[in-house]
Design a protein around this ligand. Structure first.
Ligand SMILES: [Mn+2]
Length: 279
């Protein structure tokens, strides 16, 4: 993929990140999971950057919850334990998560068929990497525009690609939440990534969210909310919007602002709020 804004100046940036997950208004459990990982060790932070992960699990009994929790834990641990470059480290981490979830689903009859979407964003210096499986979305907000940076692995998106359904109609299609790829449902997994890291600019914002948000909140509303608020306030506001509109599914949203460096430190990750922060 070619990014039109490549070759821009190198920013010296500060990352302000927040993530929230909410059960919504209709479900008994929260099968979504998410976390921001900011290594306390400055050397690890400099080498591997920060990681934001969102997973949306599915499966009977506690299967969905277990699958999404396993995904965010294993992806986080494996990414930081791997010395490969970021994209390869993410793919390897997703593969390990797939193996673990799939193995457990075979061992425990009550967890048979469990699986989860997963999208992970790694940010280091002036570059971003992503890996994803399923329909958990990453958006980039830049210069007043909002761009979907991943392709939903969903049945309806296949119909859009074939020209059978328009992108507009896909939004309300009955099968919009039928996903074609998930971590854990099969022995093998194909992990999607970008062909090259994305050069990040000061002023950029990233939004990572489950379908519980984007099914009920339009892309432009996500943009306007993220642009005018700090990440922690934006996360709360977006969850409140989805809940006001019925909150039919679990809702998870993470927001990262790339702002000019305020201090003399080379790169700072400031977490205003996160569901879970490790390392
Ligand atoms: Mn969902």
């Amino acid at each position: 993929m070619f990014w039109p804004w490549q070759n821009s100046r190198k920013p010296t940036c500060e990352l302000d990140a927040s993530l929230l997950t909410n059960i919504g208004c209709c479900r008994d459990t929260n099968e979504d999971a998410g976390q921001i990982i900011r290594p306390a060790d400055s050397r690890v932070l400099a080498e591997k950057g920060m990681l934001m992960i969102v997973a949306d699990g599915m499966g009977g009994c506690e299967g969905g919850e277990i699958a999404s929790q396993l995904a965010i834990q294993i992806v986080g641990q494996s990414y930081y334990a791997n010395d490969s470059e970021a994209s390869a480290a993410l793919v390897s981490a997703f593969t390990k998560a797939n193996d673990a979830i799939h193995r457990l689903s075979l061992e425990r009859p009550d967890l048979k068929g469990m699986g989860t979407t997963c999208t992970a964003l790694a940010l280091r210096d002036d570059l971003a990497w992503v890996a994803y499986v399923g329909d958990t979305r990453l958006y980039l907000i830049r210069n007043g525009g909002i761009y979907r940076m991943v392709e939903d692995h969903s049945a309806v998106m296949e119909l859009v690609k074939q020209g059978v359904v328009s992108l507009h109609d896909a939004r309300h299609h009955a099968d919009r939440n039928v996903i074609l790829r998930a971590l854990g449902t099969h022995e093998q997994i194909s992990v999607a990534t970008w062909n090259a890291p994305l050069p990040v600019r000061i002023g950029d914002q990233f939004v990572l969210c489950s379908d519980g948000l984007y099914d009920l909140v339009e892309d432009e509303e996500i943009r306007d909310t993220a642009c005018t608020r700090t990440p922690d306030v934006a996360c709360s506001a977006l969850i409140a919007m989805a809940r006001e509109r019925g909150g039919s599914d679990n809702i998870t949203v993470g927001v990262v602002h790339v702002s000019p460096l305020q201090t003399t430190r080379p790169q700072v990750v400031r977490e205003t709020r996160a569901v879970e922060v490790t390392r």
